[in-house]
Design a protein around this ligand. Structure first.
Ligand code: HEC
Ligand code: HEC
Ligand code: HEC
Ligand code: HEC
Length: 188
């Protein structure tokens, strides 16, 4: 009886103390440096390099320039544009979300990063989903798995969340032309 009681207690403790890491309710933003690990190949279209030379990579740094300060002043915003929610909204990734949505490695300073368009990556960036061999053998199935893990395939609607008249620097947006300037698709 004594033994059974002890065993019961151990089992109860075991059931209350899961050994698996806590599962996050939603995927988190990891930052472009994590995507770089696989998307920086010299023998293919190099997504990381294309992005790092784009205006998006500099979007946060831009807020420190004199023209940003002038635009902020004109909009009646006092203080540093790099601290102003009215500016950060479109110049960083995952603006307005609390810290539980960001992995520890995430760096806001890297501006409009991969995940601003492709969704938070902790789940889909897994090598078991985004695998070269699995994509080669069954692209459709892997694509479905990636979408299920939070990957988004952006379109014009994604862009106009930021490219719109609420931007104090707005000069218009034509998807086809703008897309041409940031495109980073593989040549298949
Ligand atoms: C472990 C390596 C690895 C990491 C890390 C990784 N990727 Fe990928 N990614 C791949 C591979 C491999 C493919 C499939 C390539 C192909 O089409 O053959 C892919 C495909 C994609 C696709 C197209 C998927 C589809 O089904 O249409 C997108 C978009 C993408 N990656 C974005 C990202 C972003 C954003 C990050 C960072 C959050 C990231 N990847 C991190 C390896 C990786
Ligand atoms: C999270 C907000 C956000 C999203 C989403 C976004 N952009 Fe941008 N984009 C910006 C910001 C901010 C800049 C200006 C950055 C700078 O100059 O420092 C910019 C600049 C650009 C530029 C350079 C413009 C210039 O005048 O030099 C192009 C091209 C562009 N974006 C294309 C796109 C396309 C295409 C999409 C959708 C697939 C998109 N962007 C989605 C925020 C965004
Ligand atoms: C609704 C989204 C949005 C908001 C809010 C926003 N921006 Fe931008 N910003 C953009 C986009 C998109 C671009 C790219 C310009 C383009 O081609 O339309 C940009 C470009 C810029 C540029 C570079 C172009 C230039 O004219 O020098 C500066 C500087 C800038 N923004 C400053 C600011 C400041 C300062 C604030 C806050 C007062 C702000 N932005 C708020 C989306 C936004
Ligand atoms: C401003 C938005 C934006 C940003 C930032 C962005 N992408 Fe994309 N990405 C797109 C769009 C739009 C497509 C084309 C989607 C389609 O197939 O219609 C795309 C497609 C892709 C593909 C699929 C290519 C293919 O041929 O299957 C990969 C891989 C990818 N992006 C990786 C990345 C990585 C890695 C980063 C950061 C280094 C990044 N993207 C940053 C908008 C973006």
């Amino acid at each position: 009886m004594k033994m059974a009681g002890k065993l019961g207690a151990i089992l109860t403790v075991a059931m209350l103390t899961p050994s698996a890491p806590p599962v996050h309710a939603a995927p988190q933003y990891v930052g472009s440096e994590k995507c770089k690990i696989c998307h920086n190949r010299k023998d293919q279209v190099n997504q990381f390099e294309i992005w790092s030379h784009s205006a998006h990579a500099k979007a946060y740094a831009t807020l420190a320039t004199d023209s940003a300060k002038a635009l902020a002043a004109k909009a009646g915003i006092k203080g540093d544009p790099q601290q102003a929610p009215e500016c950060l909204e479109c110049h960083v990734t995952g603006f307005g979300l609390d810290t539980t949505h960001f992995a520890p490695a995430f760096v806001q300073e890297n501006g409009v990063q991969c995940e601003a368009c492709h969704g938070p990556g902790t789940a889909y960036k897994s090598a078991s989903i985004l695998s070269t061999t699995k994509y080669a053998s069954n692209r459709e199935e892997q694509h479905k798995l990636a979408l299920g893990a939070g990957l988004t395939i952006p379109d014009e609607k994604t862009c106009v969340k930021c490219h719109n008249k609420r931007s104090p620097a707005f000069t218009g947006f034509v998807f086809k032309d703008y897309y041409e300037r940031i495109k980073h698709q593989y040549k298949r």
